[in-house]
Design a protein around this ligand. Structure first.
Ligand SMILES: Nc1nc2c(c(=O)[nH]1)N[C@H]1C(S)=C(S)[C@@H](COP(=O)(O)OP(=O)(O)OC[C@H]3O[C@@H](n4cnc5c(N)ncnc54)[C@H](O)[C@@H]3O)O[C@H]1N2
Ligand code: MOO
Length: 495
């Protein structure tokens, strides 16, 4: 569906051919790539699914006389632009029941509503004892959930369960395996009893009103547990941004085998769950074909904070995204990004508070667009700061001296690096995003990483950010997180 060649299409072609060689599909380059990459042999079967090592290309800046680059945004700038396109914590805070709040962001600091523990608590099954032994054992016992047990007299002991309330005047808990009852019914300690042992004093973890987590913290399963323990039934959370997915393309089938030139829609099933992992509420997926009027109607009536379109971003005969954006007077904030795959991706403001991310139709290019533009935008709308996997809260419970290795420089959701196992072919001028598997200390580039392929990403733990010119074996590369990858910080389904 594409028509006018873009000035840098030759580099795409070179890269695609390299990729096809790696894919073992027997493609032979028809023209020399702009740089001088070492020819890559078809992978040996035992290499699958990893890429063959290839030396990185030398980065060659454009010189006068060469085809001029499109005015596209550098990849880091595009991410920053997307993050800054919307106000932080875009919507009004909402009160959300705990069982609906997973993956959202705290809109207010979490303060303890009670002391924790809220009473002196036995940490072990055994006896609560008062004073030095041996002790006379009372006939009753104290279980978790019993209210206000009778006070112990000096020299008395009472059976107690883990989690039960300590009776007044008890001095310690003796574990059941550390005590013996003689034939006169008296309890003897089998080892020294230290005053206060195995008693969790009231307020040990926090006092009522203590600051537990700051506003902006991501609501993880652990935060839900802490909030419940601290007395919360609902949490004040940043409203989830609403996202609507518009799948464009007359060639798409929703079931069965590809036939008669038609192909299966790979993005309709993939994007909604992925958007949810990025913190969006997906209001719907609509398939509009290649109908410009349907697209116009959808863009002018959508109430979503973010409309995500797929396909139609290039300049082919039925690529209607740009013309429709022009027709409705949308403001293009990012129009093309220097990243492969995915360079035709775009970000537009449809009207105040309503944005559109246009994802290219090629499926891996669409993922590139999702992580380059939609992820930072949704992160800001969700009230999360740059480079903070759990929002600004994550250091709150650290001792002051604890080091942590999450970058705060980069706008990525979770920025971490890993040395790449093999040389990675680069684009001369653009960033590449390459599916990698994390194996031990290394990021292993995966094959089947062409723009139209999902086979590599489906086996990947992350996407390596390969700088222009490529990367050498052992070079530390930034790794973009995938929802199912090892660095995922928030669970996989937030609805
Ligand atoms: N002359 C040029 N042509 C193209 C260029 C270029 O620079 N000059 N760039 C290429 C690149 S790179 C990409 S990416 C695509 C972007 O194209 P569109 O966003 O307009 O996408 P379509 O043309 O609609 O589709 C591209 C490709 O992807 C398939 N597709 C679309 N939607 C889906 C879907 N939901 N599931 C699976 N596959 C889908 C579609 O059938 C096409 O094969 O443009 C290049 N062309
Ligand atoms: O390679 Mo295109 O960059 O987005 O598939």
């Amino acid at each position: 569906m594409t028509g006018q060649p873009l000035p840098d299409a030759e580099f795409d072609e070179a890269l695609a051919l390299v990729n096809e060689c790696r894919d073992g599909h027997g493609a032979v380059p028809r023209s020399a790539p702009p740089t001088t990459p070492t020819p890559t042999p078809a992978p040996a079967p035992q290499d699958a699914p990893y890429a063959q090592a290839t030396p990185p290309a030398q980065s060659t800046p454009p010189t006068p006389g060469e085809p001029k680059h499109r005015d596209v945004s550098p990849w880091p700038a595009a991410r920053a632009r997307a993050a800054q396109a919307v106000p932080r914590a875009g919507g009004e805070p909402v009160a959300v029941p705990l069982d609906k709040a997973l993956g959202m962001t705290l809109a207010a600091p979490l303060a303890a509503l009670t002391d924790l523990p809220s009473f002196d608590t036995s940490a072990m099954d055994g006896w609560a004892v008062a004073g030095p032994g041996p002790w006379v054992v009372r006939a009753d016992g104290i279980l978790a959930g019993h209210d206000r047990p009778e006070a112990l007299g000096d020299g008395e002991a009472v059976r107690i369960a883990t989690g039960a309330r300590i009776p007044r005047d008890a001095t310690a808990v003796l574990r059941s395996e550390h005590g013996r009852i003689d034939d006169k019914g008296r309890l003897h300690a089998l080892r020294e009893v230290v005053p206060g042992q195995d008693i969790r004093p009231r307020g040990q973890e926090c006092r009522s009103g203590d600051h537990l987590l700051p506003s902006g913290a991501r609501i993880t399963p652990a935060v839900l547990g802490l909030a419940a323990a601290a007395g919360y039934d609902t949490l004040s959370a940043v409203r989830r941004p609403r996202a609507e997915v518009l799948v464009l393309g007359d060639e798409l089938l929703t079931d069965g085998l590809p036939r008669d030139g038609l192909i299966r829609d790979a993005l309709g099933p993939m994007l909604p769950p992925w958007l949810r992992t990025l913190g969006a509420e997906v209001t719907g997926v609509r398939r509009l074909g290649d109908d410009p009027e349907a697209l116009h109607e959808a863009l002018t009536t959508s109430t979503a904070d973010l409309v995500v379109t797929t396909g139609g971003t290039a300049a082919g005969p039925v690529d209607h995204v740009h013309p429709t954006l022009r027709r409705i007077g949308a403001e293009l904030l990012v129009d093309g990004v220097a990243v492969r795959p995915g360079h035709p991706m775009l970000l537009a403001r449809l009207r105040p508070g309503r944005h559109l991310v246009g994802l290219p139709g090629n499926p891996l290019a669409a993922i590139s667009g999702l992580l380059t533009l939609a992820e930072p935008l949704l992160r800001t709308l969700n009230g999360r700061g740059p480079g903070q996997p759990g929002g600004p809260a994550t250091t709150a419970a650290y001792p002051a001296s604890t080091p942590h290795h999450v970058s705060t420089e980069h706008p990525a959701n979770t920025a971490y690096t890993a040395p790449v196992r093999d040389d990675v072919q680069g684009h001369p001028y653009d960033t590449r995003l390459v599916p990698v598997a994390l194996r031990g200390e290394h990021a292993v580039p995966l094959r089947f990483n062409g723009p139209a392929m999902l086979r590599g990403i489906a086996a990947a733990d992350g996407l390596a950010v390969v700088p222009p010119g490529g990367a050498h074996k052992g070079q530390e590369l930034e790794i973009l997180d995938l929802p199912w990858g090892p660095a995922d910080d928030g669970g996989e389904c937030f609805t």
